[in-house]
Design a protein. Structure first.
Length: 318
């Protein structure tokens, strides 16, 4: 169990490790758009919310690699949230709600556009569920809205209340402390087991019973508009995308546990929320332009997908 979990953590943390090595001059390295325009100048600010073991910026490298700056160059007001790297969806959601209120106070905006990756997807759903009047749109990128098979496997190897759970909790807390050291998130509470429970199929189903907005019953689209909030999603569908990316090996291995199309950590069907915008040749890290922009040569530029979506939101008055 320790070897498997430790390996998983190391792979999930690769953006942290490889950020220290500097930019990679490799084929498939995404180049951010340089043009100055107002294509992404949405009415409401865009708030980006990271996933499990995520951060806003770690040792100067963005979790959302190159995405905030690309949106800002085209007129968007972009804020990158910092919530607990490992905690329950509800705790992370309350942290995000407080930041949303601060952003609205700073900008004078009446609402925000929320974009969440991975565990950030359920996190933004929480805010839209408890305070829909503050949210213009919710966009879930590879959000485990019906849980992750990887979380189920981990929970199965670490029974609740067992010694192995205690050891696991301590090890992950130490790992998160390292993330916080470089990202400024040290004041946030961390409960790794609570995060794990939130991401299982059972935990996700319980969350959806309380916050069902825009979650489809099957593998199709959900409602696009619920309570005045617009819901969107997209995801990756290819765990191995570039042999020059060291993280692909672990994501490819983890993908074998699913038995259905997935991005290495989240199944395509689990990612569905509201109007689904597409399944791309991306894995779970490519979706936020990691590692450092290395991706499938034939896939859309991840940065371009966020720019296109901001333009979409602008065109419908959000």
């Amino acid at each position: 169990m320790n070897g498997f979990f430790g390996g998983l953590l190391r792979r999930l943390a690769l953006p942290t490790v490889f950020a220290l090595l500097g930019p990679l001059s490799l084929l498939g390295l995404a180049a951010p758009a340089q043009a100055q325009d107002n294509a992404t100048q949405t009415k409401y600010p865009i708030v980006l919310v990271h996933g499990l073991f995520g951060f806003d910026s770690l040792f100067g490298v963005d979790y959302w690699y190159g995405i905030p700056s690309a949106l800002q160059r085209s007129g968007a007001r972009v804020f990158v949230a910092q919530v607990s790297a490992a905690n329950s969806t509800e705790v992370r959601g309350e942290q995000l709600l407080a930041q949303v209120k601060n952003i609205m106070a700073i900008t004078g905006a009446a609402k925000v556009n929320l974009v969440g990756h991975s565990h950030g997807g359920p996190t933004i759903r929480y805010v839209a569920g408890v305070a829909p009047q503050l949210v213009a749109s919710v966009t879930s990128v590879a959000g485990p809205n019906k849980g992750s098979r990887v979380a189920d496997i981990l929970r199965g190897t670490v029974p609740a209340g067992s010694l192995s759970e205690t050891v696991l909790n301590g090890a992950v807390n130490a790992f998160v402390a390292l993330i916080n050291l470089g990202s400024g998130g040290s004041g946030l509470p961390q409960m790794p087991v609570a995060a794990l429970d939130s991401l299982t199929a059972a935990g996700s189903a319980d969350f959806t019973r309380r916050f069902p907005q825009a979650v489809p019953t099957g593998c199709g689209d959900g409602a696009e508009v619920v309570g005045g909030v617009r819901y969107y999603s997209w995801t990756g569908k290819q765990p191995v995308t570039n042999l020059l990316d060291p993280s692909d090996a672990s994501l490819g291995l983890l993908s074998l546990s699913f038995g259905e199309t997935n991005d290495g950590l989240v199944a395509v069907c689990s990612s569905r929320l509201g109007k689904h915008l597409g399944d791309y040749r991306q894995n779970h890290l490519d979706e936020v332009n990691q590692l450092l922009g290395v991706r499938d040569w034939l896939a859309p530029d991840p940065v371009a997908l966020y720019r296109q979506h901001a333009t979409r939101l602008k065109q419908i008055g959000l």
